[in-house]
Design a protein around this ligand. Structure first.
Ligand SMILES: Nc1ncnc2c1ncn2[C@@H]1O[C@H](COP(=O)(O)OP(=O)(O)OP(=O)(O)O)[C@@H](O)[C@H]1O
Ligand SMILES: [Mg+2]
Length: 265
């Protein structure tokens, strides 16, 4: 039975997609069966893992999987034991479809049920097929985010060491709490990952420390710093990338901490 983990925070550019992609890669390398789900219409995780434009997946994405209540039809195989449910721009029409039944093609697929449990119900079809399901979310509190949280046992709060991210954390914690009450997965924060830390900036150092004071039990000890090889993953991906080891250096420590927490959960 898969363990489902969402990477989230309703603030842009905090390393959610990068972290989801790296985690999928590391778990897959360790022989785990992984499903990565892109719930962001930007399609960044899709492009990172597939190496293709997200537009290649129009009509073949997580949106259609949810509308047709059929996962297997829409799985994209990245490699053995790593599948992707891709996303593209049209995922932005998800909420309109839920509340009107109208799809972006103009077809009517009436939806009745709980608007926030669509993904959770869909994943019932494949939970036995994977060890881990990882979900990347958009930088806002949307139907994509609430569905992701309700479909997950665990949530990694992505924390970029800055003021606006610091102010986003309490609201996001509230969203996780609501998902726990509303959903059936017992959704809980498994940890706060400090990312994009600019070691040259004193304000980043301060926000790095303040979150650890606020949530001493939740922060991961590993802090991901800003490093060009991590940023360039979006360019080179995971195959034939000469600087991959440099990109993964810090993430390997985070990965070990996460696995330890998952085992003890
Ligand atoms: N540790 C890092 N060092 C340098 N660049 C990074 C690092 N992590 C991510 N990046 C780069 O920073 C940008 C934002 O990262 P990413 O897209 O993963 O964040 P996100 O939270 O998914 O953003 P969004 O909220 O838009 O979905 C990207 O260009 C990415 O390549
Ligand atoms: Mg993203």
């Amino acid at each position: 039975m898969a363990i489902t983990i969402t990477m989230g925070i309703q603030k842009g550019g905090c390393g959610k997609s990068t972290t989801t992609g790296i985690l999928a890669h590391l778990l897959n390398n360790d022989g785990y069966r992984v499903l990565a789900i892109d719930m962001d219409s930007q399609g960044n995780l899709t492009e990172l893992l597939s190496g293709e434009s997200s537009n290649e997946f129009i009509g073949k994405s997580v949106l259609e999987a949810m509308q047709q209540n059929n996962v297997k039809e829409f799985l994209y195989s990245v490699n053995e034991n790593l599948d992707l449910l891709p996303a593209n721009n049209f995922l932005a029409t998800f909420a309109r479809w839920i509340y009107t039944g109208k799809t972006y093609t103009g077809d009517m697929i009436p939806f009745s049920g709980s608007p926030t449990l669509i993904l959770d119900n869909l994943l019932e079809q494949v939970r036995e097929d994977y060890d881990f399901i990882l979900i990347d979310t958009p930088p806002s509190l949307s139907e994509q985010t609430t569905n992701s949280l309700c479909a997950s046992e665990s949530v990694v709060v992505m924390y970029e060491c800055s003021n606006w991210c610091y102010s986003a954390v309490p609201n996001f914690m509230d969203s996780v709490e609501s998902a726990k009450e509303f959903g059936i997965r017992g959704t809980e924060v498994i940890g706060i990952l400090r990312t994009m830390n600019d070691v040259r900036r004193s304000d980043a150092k301060a926000f790095n420390e303040i979150i650890a004071e606020d949530f001493p039990e939740l922060v991961f000890q590993t802090v991901i710093t800003r490093k060009a090889p991590v940023g360039r993953l979006s360019l080179y991906g995971f195959k034939e990338n000469k600087e991959l080891n440099k990109a993964l250096e810090l993430y390997i420590h985070f990965y070990k901490e996460l696995i330890e927490r998952v085992k003890n959960r």
